[in-house]
Write a protein that binds this ligand. Structure first.
Ligand SMILES: [Zn+2]
Length: 405
């Protein structure tokens, strides 16, 4: 997180190996030390040493199990010791904040959802500190040893420094969120964009498990994408994000909050989709959309029943998104494209519009095999934050902090 405290070469190897071993125990436990040594491609002596440290720190424990390869007496296997370690995953959305206390298996212990109000009297950073502090006081009796805090939010952020440059719906400029909370709580704090963290959550717990190259597109109140490239989240610890929502689609289009005109977000977000539908509705007296208040749910339901206007506007969004994805496909050659959107309720209209546009506009060799899949989470909640913690354990960076106590 801190750019000036990069570990030395030996420490880096130790950190990476510890992360690999922890991940293998998580995935395959109960697992014997011998099997661990084979899978990690590390010498048995190294495995013994790493496991000893983890046992002493209560991060793993031994258990008897029946090794499928051998009959006879049960073997000693290793599993994670997750119950006595907690972390706090926080999700900030316009108008609300969700705080979930989880143990290291990601199981939720306590979840609170609160309004997050912008007031001129109190800076947002102070409000956030107070909310976190109050949460810990309120649930003190449930707390086990705390490991870290992970925060996901929309806006322009620097994940490396934990600084939030801008955030929609709040008057925020250069808010040092990560550093302030770290100082206040003494815990490591991870800050990441909501969509990037959701992309990681799908890779670790959801629809893209094991895939090395994935593009995830989110079409909601905002439009954005996350990319897994070579098994890693693109820009994971970087200063920047994948900002496809602010790519110009229509030079004569309406102004966007970023200052440009006709951004993808102004033509493909759910809000702009509802506006467009409302504009066209008077010229479509037959439309089923006259029968109910206009919402994304009623729009999708009308599309499912064959309503022409509803199908046209959803397909229109699909074509815009497909055009953007065609360029991304040519860059990343993904195995899988995930779509996270309330419009997935009308996926039989949306998905063909997206995929036909990709096939027309991307390199055939890249686009031929592509599968569009809905995200596993309709709403990731604080699983984005949980994914950041798991990723930091697997990479070893958070793990070594826990080992050092
Ligand atoms: Zn924009």
């Amino acid at each position: 997180m801190n750019l000036y405290s990069q570990p030395g070469h030996i420490d880096q190897i130790k950190q990476t190996n510890a992360g690999v071993v922890y991940r293998l125990i998580d995935l395959y436990g109960p697992i014997s030390r011998i099997e661990l040594s084979k899978r990690a491609q590390l010498a048995p002596a190294s495995i013994t040493k790493i496991v000893r440290e983890m046992l002493d720190a209560h991060l793993v424990q031994e258990t008897e199990f029946q090794d499928p390869g051998s009959r006879g007496r049960p073997a000693i296997g290793l599993i994670l010791d997750t119950l006595a370690w907690h972390f706090l995953a926080i999700r900030i959305q316009p108008g609300q904040i969700t705080l979930t206390l989880r143990d290291l298996s990601t199981r939720a212990i306590q979840e609170d959802r609160l309004p997050l109000l912008a007031t001129p009297e109190k800076p947002l950073l102070q409000t956030l500190q107070d909310i976190v502090n109050d949460f810990f006081i309120r649930h003190q009796s449930k707390l086990e040893r705390l490991t870290a805090i992970a925060i996901t939010l929309p806006g322009l952020i620097n994940a490396a420094s934990g600084v939030v440059h801008r955030m929609p719906g709040y008057d925020v400029e250069e808010m040092p969120l990560g550093e302030t909370l770290a100082q206040r709580t003494g815990l490591p704090v991870f800050v990441q964009h909501d969509i990037s963290a959701w992309t990681l959550a799908e890779a670790l717990f959801g629809a893209s498990g094991g895939a090395q190259n994935v593009i995830q597109i989110v079409i909601d109140e905002t439009v954005g994408a996350g990319v897994i490239s070579g098994g890693q989240l693109l820009h994971k610890n970087g200063r920047t994000l994948v900002e496809i929502g602010h790519t110009q689609i229509d030079p004569y289009g309406q102004q966007c909050y970023c200052g440009n005109n006709g951004c993808l977000e102004t033509v493909a977000s759910t809000g702009s989709l509802l506006n467009l539908t409302a504009q066209r509705l008077p010229s479509q007296p037959e439309s089923l959309l006259h029968d109910a208040p206009l919402t994304i749910a009623s729009l999708c339901s009308a599309a499912q029943q064959g309503d022409r206007l509803a199908r046209d506007v959803i397909a229109g969004v699909g074509h815009h998104i497909g055009r953007m994805l065609a360029m991304m496909v040519n860059i990343f050659n993904p195995q899988q494209i995930l779509i996270g959107s309330p419009l997935n309720q009308a996926s039989d209209v949306l998905f063909p519009a997206v995929s036909s546009t990709i096939r027309q506009q991307a390199l055939p060799a890249y686009s031929r095999e592509i599968q569009l899949t809905p995200t596993a989470f309709n709403d990731p909640g604080t699983f984005g934050g949980a994914a950041l913690i798991k990723d930091a354990l697997y990479s070893g960076s958070l793990l070594v902090k826990l080992l050092q106590g």
